[in-house]
Design a protein. Structure first.
Length: 211
């Protein structure tokens, strides 16, 4: 935690911000409703600096944004965005928070965001374990197929002695690799079960959170 009471990872997300350039086309600049644009940006969690990107995009077309209209719309949009349920949804999707909510709304929003983001992390751990297990099993299957092929060559009557020696070495190396893969798979299965248990427990907690 820091002086602002926000977790370090959240500060990194805030620091990264939501940026963009060429945010509007020429037609959009010429026909723009700046109040509506501000509302849309606010409701999506962009900070007011987003207007600077719009200004750059529209300057090419001789259009200057209406700051007052944009700001009014942006404030209204933030009112929709800065709700705990939205914070939870942003976090659970792995999205970033740009530090845009007013002080009286931010604590509840950030608490909900953190809850959602923790859910996102737990789901990611389960998914990562599953992916690693799949990859290890695939590597194990490939090794076993290769061992079968080499075994056929090893016992073939026309295989030279020096090739047999090399094949025996290869088979020993593959067997050793398989042993490591099986141990890694076993550990990953334990990790997955642990992560799935953590996820189920947390989802049970969230069921009564109102998010």
């Amino acid at each position: 935690m820091n002086n602002n009471g926000l977790p370090a990872f959240l500060l990194l997300l805030i620091a990264s911000g939501l940026s963009g350039c060429a945010t509007m086309s020429g037609d959009e600049c010429l026909t723009s409703d700046w109040h509506a644009i501000g509302f849309e940006d606010g409701s999506r969690g962009y900070d007011a600096n987003r207007l600077g990107n719009h200004r750059k995009a529209c300057a090419k077309h001789g259009v200057t944004p209406d700051f007052a209209s944009y700001q009014a719309g942006h404030d209204e949009g933030l009112g929709r965005y800065c709700q705990p349920s939205r914070g939870f949804n942003v976090g659970s999707a792995g999205g970033s928070y740009n530090g845009v909510c007013a002080t009286h709304r931010e604590r509840e929003f950030v608490d909900a965001y953190n809850s959602g983001y923790h859910l996102y992390q737990l789901r990611g751990r389960v998914s990562s374990a599953k992916s690693q297990i799949h990859n290890k099993k695939q590597a194990l299957e490939e090794n076993e197929e290769l061992m079968k092929d080499k075994g056929v060559i090893l016992i073939a009557a026309d295989t030279p002695t020096e090739d047999r020696v090399r094949i025996v070495i290869d088979l020993n190396e593959l067997a050793e690799s398989n042993g490591k893969l099986k141990a890694e798979i076993e550990q990953l299965l334990e990790n997955r079960a642990h992560h799935e248990h953590e996820l189920a427990d947390y989802e049970a907690v969230l069921a009564n959170s109102g998010y």
